[in-house]
Design a protein around this ligand. Sequence first.
Ligand code: MLT
Length: 240
Amino acid sequence: MRIDTLPQYTKLPSNHISNCTVIVVDVLRASTSIITAVQNGAQQIVPTADAGEAAAVVGRLGLRDCVLAGERGGEKLSGFDIGNSPSEFSKSLVGGKTVVISTTNGTVAIHGLSSAKTLLIGGMINKTAIAKKALELKNDVLIVCAGTDGNVSADDICAAGAIADAIVNNSDETVDLTDFTRVSIALYKDLHDERFDLSKTRHFSRLVELGFEKDTELCFEEDVTDVVPVYANGIITLFR
Ligand code: MLT
């Protein structure tokens, strides 16, 4: 098995990913929120490319059965039920419901990667569970970091490294790692051993400025859940 890592999302030709397990990582915060929603019993999650599409989906499905979630620049979209803090996706709010979500980078990346053989949603909170699932699937893995506004985001690189490291540690066979995957693992280990200060990086520090420091802590807790969300046919559900 080979693990490649893309430092920031760009649209990929479908022949590039149609044989791969693709893992999308937007650790701060879209992928962590989506994993949390699935963990808390959301029936399905509909990631949308923009806010207008999100509102249209809710209009179609009916307000009563939906929770409308989303942010721009980190802040809750006006008229939406909740923003993009993982803690907002509580059991009492999302249990049994359809969550329709639009975020600046994460949901756009999920959309753009729909031609993957299997498309999984990864973060720190499910790193070992997703690593085991990727090993079970036996295909080459491409970890795609969503990034922030077209730029590389160090938080995503660290989470990608954590997932790649978990795949290596759980594999009985030698795993072929591309150079950027090795760089990601090295950054994750530096973070883990407190040699790298993520709080100085752009998206992380912006979230703290906006008052979302608790989110940054929640999103970097490791192996909190075994839940692995999968995207297929326009919806995200629990991978079984
Ligand atoms: C995104 O999709 O850009 C993010 O998840 C931004 C955020 O809310 O932190």
